[in-house]
Design a protein around this ligand. Structure first.
Ligand code: PMV
Length: 395
């Protein structure tokens, strides 16, 4: 087992095009978001496993000896099975959480214990570890924060247990794992996501692992060859939404008006395919006419409104940005939640700031960030980049 401190980070995601249509067999394009979750793992020798999640105020500790003596043989049956409800009950016993524990805490702890016990059980003795996970991603906003959490945990635990090598070389500030190692990280992260979400599609953990842009079509996930880093504004309307109800609403509309709604889904599919083609042709410095195609964003937003997943807050977001010549759409389930606005190259910073200000004064949270960020990465604990240092200082 490794004895050094590990610092790992993984990105969140947004859906660029294809939300809702993907549920009906069309293509969706998901891209990584340069808002990351960070994890610091310190092996220690006090016989405890400590987990702290400062963003949601969680601090828990377990005795390694107690975890070791518990019957966790149910984890021995292979590594890619969905945890059954009996297994989840056993894990709850191991976790020792109070009955009134909040759902977010319960799920975060269960996913952690599941990954810790499953990945580390091959060690002669379970390791004593101190783990802190913090995030730039707001939770529950459809930005893949739980997937980034599971990806960070899987990467750090697999590395500390030497199931995959630490890719950091002397002098590196940051590095990434090989394709094979990333596949293993992704596989375990998917198990963590299953603990949290039951039956997720696997897109969120795939984007967080691989980074860049992914195409999702009828259960098949593949990476786009090219995915330039594009600047965006990410706006959280803070209007709560219910993904399940929104998905059901689209289904009902499709059943009621098939001749009208099916062509909308086909058109969204064509938008995703066109966007995929243009992203594939974009160089590091995209040409202005390539941005014109990304203006299909407006068209998709209108389609999503016609599907019934818009919201007054999202209309307001689109109006504010349109008044400044910018293009926005909802991302994810809609009905509130988050929207993205594409920032064209050459846009002056004061104009970006004025747009952010206008959106903030609508009561929204607005951040300038980019899409197409690298996937799960490991950072040097000795030559920290300023972003990691800043995050650590804030702990
Ligand atoms: O808001 P999110 O990231 O959970 O996205 C939901 C995307 C939908 O297409 C609406 C549903 C789905 O399962 O794909």
């Amino acid at each position: 087992m490794l004895s050094e401190v590990l610092l790992v980070s993984a990105p969140g995601k947004v859906i660029l095009h294809g939300e809702h249509a993907v549920v009906h067999g069309k293509v969706a394009l998901a891209v990584s978001l340069n808002l990351r979750t960070f994890l610091r793992l310190q092996p220690h020798s006090n016989g405890k496993v400590d987990l702290s999640l400062p963003n949601i105020g969680i601090k828990r500790a377990w005795d390694v000896a107690r975890l070791q003596s518990l019957d966790t043989s149910f984890l021995e049956q292979g590594d890619v099975t969905t945890p059954t409800s009996e297994q989840v009950e056993k894990l709850k016993e191991v976790a020792g959480l109070p009955d009134d524990c909040a759902v977010t805490e319960r799920l975060a702890v269960l996913a952690f214990l599941y990954l810790y016990l499953s990945i580390c059980r091959k060690q002669r003795a379970l390791p004593s570890l101190d783990i802190v996970v913090w995030s730039e991603l707001p939770p529950g906003a459809g930005l893949g924060s739980s997937a980034a959490y599971s990806v960070c945990l899987a990467a750090a635990l697999l590395t500390v247990c030497e199931e995959i090598p630490n890719p950091l070389k002397d002098g590196d500030c940051v590095n990434r794992w090989t394709k094979e190692d990333l596949e293993l990280i992704n596989k375990w992260a998917f198990q963590g996501e299953r603990m949290i979400h039951g039956n997720p599609s696997g897109v969120d953990n795939a984007v967080s692992t691989w980074g860049g842009a992914l195409r999702y079509h009828q259960g098949k996930i593949s990476s786009l060859k090219r995915s330039p880093a594009l600047q965006i504004l990410l706006t959280n309307t803070k209007v709560p939404r219910n993904t399940r109800a929104l998905v059901a609403g689209v289904r009902n509309r499709l059943l009621k008006f098939p001749e009208i709604v099916a062509p909308l889904l086909t058109s969204i599919d064509a938008i995703s395919l066109e966007c995929e083609r243009v992203l594939g042709e974009m160089g590091e410095a995209p040409a202005p006419e390539q941005y014109l195609v990304l203006e299909l964003i407006d068209m998709n937003q209108h389609h999503l409104n016609a599907l019934g997943v818009g919201h007054a807050s999202l209309d307001q977001l689109c109006q504010v940005t349109r008044a400044r010549g910018l293009h926005s759409k909802l991302t994810g389930a809609g009905g509130g939640g988050c929207g993205i606005t594409l920032l064209k190259p050459g846009l002056e910073q004061p104009e970006v700031e004025a747009t952010k200000q206008a959106l903030t004064s609508c009561g929204f949270d607005c951040l300038e960030t980019s899409i197409g960020a690298p996937g799960v990465s490991i950072h040097s604990a000795t030559s920290l980049d300023s972003r990691v240092q800043q995050a650590l200082d804030g702990l």
